[in-house]
Design a protein around this ligand. Structure first.
Ligand code: PMP
Length: 423
């Protein structure tokens, strides 16, 4: 492994990062498993790209069939992209979302959404949560505060606190979130900046996995739309059934986005992402600009995405995510009786956050313990990572096909890791 790391550093340069103290070399994937060159199997509970399980046969078959028939772009008429648009837009009925535009990554989707919002509103102001991540392009990195001090936030960007109910204790986080967004709009205006968009990941992934109460977003969305800005729901993480409630995370809040951006699990590993937008949001952009993106919307990626939609339906994965996610959360909550470091267990569907603290009463983040637990679990064969401002929330985000038995393995490994990491 050491030789491979050195070779990689020499070839790929200094900007890449590997996960874990002892990085993994993986050669094969199958269901929720990743397999190393010696045949050791790791349970992958971190991968929300291979949402149907690694190398799902339906997706592999669709990719191979389409790659052997035609692989080309959106400058020709082709059924796959039209069928995909019809199928995806049918998952958001009665929302006004009428058009699908495709990209190759979630970053590009948010970049495009922001461009569209600027044209529609004539503004540039963006409001995001304080540890949000929305992507790596120059424009989007400027409103991705989770990148830390290495990237300057734009002067047109305002951050609002995420709805951290655990730390807010009994406060009404919905009311607070609305007031914070209103204050951010007001502050933008005072600086002569017109608001273009409020962008929210509806499970607040990088803020620490914080699915809020059902009334969380209503006031904030009303506020931005009243101010002439757009509401962009970033569904790159929660989308495609992960919440176990609906196909899309925003649906839990009963709000109507102007734009919804999607990605990651969309092609179960194929680079396909994009956005759905209302006619009103995109009309002026369409008049001003052409949109062409060489690989985006290519026939092979569209075929993969169609197979993903089929499989979610055929295998009943939204319901399955709810059922097994509940087993996972309840099992981990039980561990809290034995492990004082578990401060909070939360989440929705197949998205679980476990907040580790050094002092339960004060709710003090325990970053060091969290890092040790992540590494111990990797050594025991369970792959996950951490998120949140204090880097003290275990991020558990398995493929939706995780079985109840595999959930049991995660709980047992966590029990073990919490014991040994504190020893
Ligand atoms: N939005 C969110 C909420 C994300 O988590 C990510 C990626 N982690 C992105 C956008 C960017 O997606 P990509 O890495 O495909 O560019």
């Amino acid at each position: 492994t050491a030789a491979m790391i050195a070779r990689r550093d020499a070839l790929l340069g200094p900007a890449y990062r590997l996960m874990y103290e002892h990085p993994l070399h993986i050669v094969r994937g199958e269901g929720a498993w990743l397999i190393d060159p010696d045949g050791r199997r790791y349970l992958d509970v971190y991968n929300n790209v291979a949402s149907l399980g690694h190398c799902h046969p339906a997706v592999v078959e669709a990719i191979c069939r389409q790659a052997g028939t035609l692989a080309t772009n959106t400058r020709y008429l082709h059924d796959t992209i039209l069928e995909l648009a019809e199928r995806l837009l049918a998952t958001v009925p009665d929302t006004g979302l009428a058009h699908l535009m495709l990209t190759c990554s979630g970053s590009e989707a948010n970049d495009l959404a922001y461009r569209i919002a600027q044209v529609r509103t004539g503004g540039t102001g963006v409001i995001v949560t304080e540890t949000a991540y929305h992507g790596f392009t120059d424009a989007v990195a400027k409103f991705s505060p989770s990148l830390g001090v290495s990237v300057d936030l734009g002067a047109h960007v305002r951050m609002v606190p995420a709805p951290r109910q655990y730390h807010a204790r009994d406060a009404d986080v919905a009311d607070r979130f609305t007031r914070d967004v209103e204050a951010a709009i007001h502050d933008l205006r005072r600086h002569g900046i017109k608001p273009a968009a409020l962008i929210v990941d509806s499970v607040f992934t990088s803020d620490g996995i914080l699915p809020g109460p059902a009334d969380l977003l209503k006031g904030a969305v009303e506020a931005i739309q009243r101010a002439g800005g757009l509401f962009i729901a970033d569904e790159v993480q929660p989308g495609f059934g992960r919440t176990g409630e609906h196909m899309w995370g925003f649906q839990r809040y009963g709000v109507l986005p102007d734009i919804v951006t999607v990605g990651k699990p969309m092609g179960n590993g194929q680079p396909i992402a994009g956005l759905m937008a209302t006619t009103d949001a995109v009309a002026q952009f369409g008049k001003n600009s052409r949109y062409f993106n060489t690989f985006a919307g290519n026939t092979v990626s569209c075929a993969a995405a169609l197979a993903v939609l089929d499989t979610i339906e055929k295998e009943g994965l939204v319901r399955h995510a709810a059922e097994v996610g509940k087993i996972l959360r309840e099992g981990i909550a039980e561990l809290a009786g034995r492990h004082a470091a578990i401060g909070d267990v939360r989440g929705v569907g197949m998205f679980v956050g476990v907040e580790l603290v050094s002092d339960r009463a004060a709710r003090t983040p325990d970053r060091e313990l969290t890092t040790r637990v992540v590494n111990r679990m990797r050594d025991q064969g369970v792959l996950l990572s951490a998120c949140a401002m204090g880097h003290n929330v275990l991020k558990i985000r398995p493929p939706l096909v995780l079985t109840a038995e595999q959930a049991g393995m995660v709980i047992a490994a966590l029990d073990d890791a919490l014991t040994t990491a504190q020893a």
